[in-house]
Design a protein around this ligand. Sequence first.
Ligand SMILES: [Zn+2]
Length: 628
Amino acid sequence: MGPCLLYAQGAPEPTVPKIEDLYMFPVRPGLQNYLSGTMGELRSSHFHAGLDIKTSGVQGLDVYASAAGYVSRIKVSEGGYGNAIYLQHPNGTTTVYAHLKAYQKDIAEYVRKAQYQNKSFTIELFPEKDQFSMKKGQLLGYSGNSGSSGGPHLHFEIRDGSQRPLNPLKQDFSEIKDNIAPEVRKVVLRTMTTGSRINDQYGRFEFDLIKKGSQYSIPGLISAFGKIGVELLAHDRLNGANNRNGVPCIELLVNGQQAFQQNIERFSFAETRGILVHTDYETAMRKGRRFAKLYRADGNQLPFYKTNSQDGLVTIEDGSTYQFQINLWDIHNNTSQVIFNLSGSQPLSSISKNSYRSSAEIRHWISDNNLVIETPASTQDNICVDIYANRMRYEVKPSYEINGAGVMIWDLDQGLPDSLRFQDEVVTFDFKAVMPGGREFNYFGDHLELYAGKKALFDTLFLTTQYRTDLEKNREYFKISEDLYPLQKNVTITLKPQLNYPVKSKTAVYAVNKSGKTSYVGGQWKGDKLEFKTRNWGTYTILADTVKPQVKAARINAESIAFVIKDPMSGIDSYRLEIDGQWVLMNYDYKRNLLWSEKLDPSIPFKGNLRLKVVDNVGNISYYSAKL
Ligand SMILES: [Zn+2]
């Protein structure tokens, strides 16, 4: 079984050494299995690091060591991988088994003892090399739904010697059947410079496809001009499951020449957030659709591309025709193609389009480094806009007209506009500063301060802020940039509240989503300012949580103790259960709001004075006492 055909066709050899038939399938070996996730699949803020193996909607299937090795790491966490186990193999690779319901007996006992010793449910352990050595196929534990898992399954990874995920399906497991070619849903063409056009327009345009077998095409002729980029909405299905999985290998050819290829065969966890620029972030945020860019965007440091000298972009010249071909492969070398033609032509300055409705008022949006302004169709002679920037007035002519409406493209590197005027209408902007990518940045405003480290941004950001109060609710809102722009690393934001907060210790920063729902973020008061860190732009507010966590006993007897704990506002921070002053291990599943006991010695009944303490994220405390 070879890697992607990309390499078989004369491209460089893959850098991952060929792994011998070393690994076995970790659940229900020998039987047909189904996947709900593949390695490299596009998730909201990372590439999926392994296989999600379906477990028929139930928990408790046996999970086996995929290869001989020893247990090098065990981690129990409330979120993330939940109960996870890591096996180190003699060839330098590591296999990972996550979201387990439980570990096998000996490991479970070792973990439980360590939890009692550390008085903590969450724990990370690194056993000695000879402590738990495992034969291939030996029982490790039982599949589950622990951590941030959204349904019962086994998450399985194979990592290289530097803990970088590899694609386990390169093992060509007989348990997985796949003769289905990748499916393509849409192609996007987008302009990459102020002067480039798609069908005489500036912007990002989605195209539907006609499908014939595994061949796709775009109907009709597309005209283009200047530097353009391609994006693709595609997924791969495997036999017997409806899940839309990732497409690891994609190649773009223009007139038979390779312009771009991706082969997601390995990446590091430090790089995985690069997905925010691998895909079109704005579309992902607006529509939940993850279009893969077939070019390397600014700030993209991911290691699995090969491109032409323009990072995969293509320059379309007047009078020439360009044949575009996109080839897709899944890991089993099922393949599909997309074909379309672009004809290069100087853009028209006036377009009429049946499908286009020009707006009744001024519209404006940011696209790359440009502010695009569309004015309503007008019968007057002067259809320029006046842009006020750099303490100057600029008269800007339309770059083109569409159904009589003017489209102006203002390069924001020329200056951040304060406002614009078109005939009698005035639009004001909230631009505060240019945040350059790759540099440290400080902003001091009336309502907030912002600090960003060198690596916080992927690319230049045109910072906007807004402040408003809702005096009826006694709330203030701080809007910092837009959630349509990605952040690579945390920025530090210091709010300067104008309203009065009598119980500061119980207040914190909360994020406000589009529908007005709030979620706890945290933060620390520094005098009259409230400082917090975030990797998400958007709207924030300050709320007080003075309500104690809810604690309800679900079961209290000599054998077993369980509680339902909830804190609707700031959320649960910690919990502690003691009997006669002795710490008792409580497992916690935040998804079910459930705490349940686990004895150190199952033969000794619980007896004595029970006391449970639950603390929320701003320090409200609930106690529950009982006698056993
Ligand atoms: Zn997973």
